[in-house]
Design a binder for this molecule. Structure first.
Ligand SMILES: Nc1ncnc2c1ncn2[C@@H]1O[C@H](COP(=O)(O)OP(=O)(O)OP(=O)(O)O)[C@@H](O)[C@H]1O
Length: 506
């Protein structure tokens, strides 16, 4: 559908371009004939003096127009640049939509996009201010043009070219003003009509988008309420079922540590930290959009504090899709997905498979998906910690390239960093925010094994519960459970038995 829509839009754009080009070509072809014809008519009516006056006026007007126009060029360029930046930001948001949704960073991206829109509007405002002067000179020469025309006619009249008995008034005006005004009015009306047509098309599309967004918001609100109530009922059913027959690892965990577990679950329901259970999945089928073929069938899964889960399986078996369902990006085709935790990077963080870097300073990359408050700069300790982490992950080179933490570089982070650097910067967010749960979708696939080990041990040291998706068997040693997808809808969850040498270094 998206491809269809894009193709339709492209076809429409091409049609519009062809139409504009055809109009310009016709005007260019007609222009010499028009000029020749009207030069002849002017010469016939006013003689060489009148023709010379008109041509001289045209020459002076063009030169003055050029002088007024020249400074505007740089404002046009600035406006074009701001518009380019704004459109690029929009494109980035569209391309990275899933990664943004995973990281819950829509607010910061919205802020940054609005910021670039503000810059664009400011640049446009400055351009419009200058264009007023240009328009005024344009209009001035338009009116002066008609005076010059009357002056040109005055020459033959006063030189006695016309008979005195002739009624000169009709000759002079020859209804020219009425005709010119009519043509002007019609042209203006046509321009206005075109603008209204264009505007109504755009308004229609914006209205459609707003309606669609409102519908999405309603659906999301309804599903969130359902998710919260499902979470409560599942938690209560776990408590009521001490045999743990239908039950889950979460149930066992809660029953093994009743007082602590219950207290923490109650805290969860009351929207407080710390979390014990982040997600509960019951009888869940996962299907990609537009398909009824489940990637994973009847999935029972609990994401519990302290249980580091590794999801493995063949390519396209649905590993990332499990995270998509957990994050609420895809609805479960069947079953219940329950979750209830306060939003924010201190509780749950998702690192999508595609590293997501935003525009802005190095500091903004690290604190993402939060954004800097210009009135409350980050504390010195925080900055020191970030610098320390950058050194620990061998990213101090970025610091020298940007100059400091706060400078917004004039290059694009997505173009200037290697895939490994991007992954380390994204992982740095996890270490900085220290969330309770981190969902890592092949977050270290571009890194060497020793760096991977360093990052995972850093997470373990910070007591961050990890749910990782990956292919490497070296990841096993950082996790306690393994969920294996077979690519045909089946799955198996088992504990990982560790050798004693696998304990993290302190
Ligand atoms: N937005 C989407 N719309 C339709 N199908 C999708 C979409 N995203 C993914 N899929 C399909 O869902 C299936 C599972 O994708 P998923 O990304 O979960 O696989 P994966 O196991 O993580 O694979 P890999 O190991 O290659 O990353 C794939 O066949 C993929 O083409």
């Amino acid at each position: 559908m998206l491809v269809c829509y894009r193709d339709q839009r492209m076809a429409q754009d091409v049609d519009k371009l062809c139409l504009t080009l055809a109009t310009i070509t016709i005007k260019v072809i007609i222009a010499p004939f028009q000029i020749s014809y009207y030069t002849y008519r002017t010469y016939a009516g006013t003689g060489w003096l009148g023709t010379l006056a008109v041509y001289s006026f045209f020459l002076v007007a063009t030169i003055l127009n050029k002088i007024v126009m020249s400074p505007i060029v740089k404002f046009v360029m600035r406006q074009e640049k701001c518009e380019g930046n704004f459109r690029f930001k929009h494109m980035q948001v569209r391309v990275d939509a899933e990664s943004i949704a995973f990281q819950g960073s829509s607010a910061v991206e919205s802020f940054k996009t609005n910021n670039s829109l503000d810059k664009l509007i400011f640049a446009q405002q400055r351009l419009f201010d200058r264009q007023i002067i240009l328009n005024l000179t344009g209009r001035f020469f338009d009116y002066l043009g008609s005076i010059v025309a009357y002056l040109a006619i005055a020459v033959p009249i006063f030189s006695g070219k016309f008979d005195e008995e002739e009624n000169l008034a009709p000759i002079v005006s020859a209804y020219s003003f009425v005709c010119m005004y009519l043509v002007f009015s019609l042209t203006s009306l046509m321009d206005l009509n075109n603008q209204v047509v264009l505007l109504s098309g755009v308004t229609h599309r914006v209205a459609q988008m707003v309606e669609h967004l409102m519908q999405l918001q309603n659906d999301w609100d309804t599903s969130s309420i359902q998710a919260c109530s499902s979470f409560s009922s599942i938690i209560h059913s776990i408590r009521r079922d001490p045999s743990g027959s239908s039950s889950s690892e979460a149930g066992k965990h809660l029953l093994e540590t009743p007082s602590e577990g219950e207290g923490e679950v109650m805290a969860l329901e009351g929207d407080q930290t710390p979390l014990t259970v982040a997600f509960i999945l019951r009888d869940v089928d996962i299907c990609p959009p537009g398909s009824s073929e489940p990637l994973v069938s009847n999935l029972q899964l609990d994401v519990i504090k302290g249980e580091n889960l590794l999801i493995m399986g063949p390519s396209s078996s649905g590993k990332s899709s499990v995270l998509r369902v957990l994050r609420g990006l895809w609805p479960a085709a069947r079953g219940t997905v329950a979750h209830d935790f306060p939003p924010g990077p201190k509780t749950v963080i998702f690192l999508p498979q595609k590293p997501l870097l935003t525009n802005g300073s190095l500091l903004e990359q690290v604190i993402y998906p939060l954004r800097l408050d210009p009135h409350h700069p980050l504390s010195r300790e925080c900055c020191d910690e970030i610098v320390e982490l950058l050194h620990a992950l061998h990213l101090q080179g970025l610091l020298s390239r940007t100059g400091d933490l706060y400078t917004d570089p004039d290059w694009n982070w997505n173009d200037a960093l290697s895939p490994g650097e991007m992954q380390r910067v994204c992982f740095l967010r996890v270490l900085f925010h220290r969330p309770q749960f981190a969902f890592l979708d092949e977050a270290t696939s571009a890194l060497s094994l020793d760096v991977e080990e360093q990052l995972y041990y850093a997470c373990l040291k910070r007591n961050i519960t990890m749910v990782s998706v990956g292919h490497r068997h070296t990841l096993l040693k950082y996790h306690t459970s393994l969920l294996t997808l077979d690519g045909a809808g089946g799955w198996k969850k088992e504990p990982i038995v560790h050798a004693t040498t696998d304990t993290p270094p302190h």
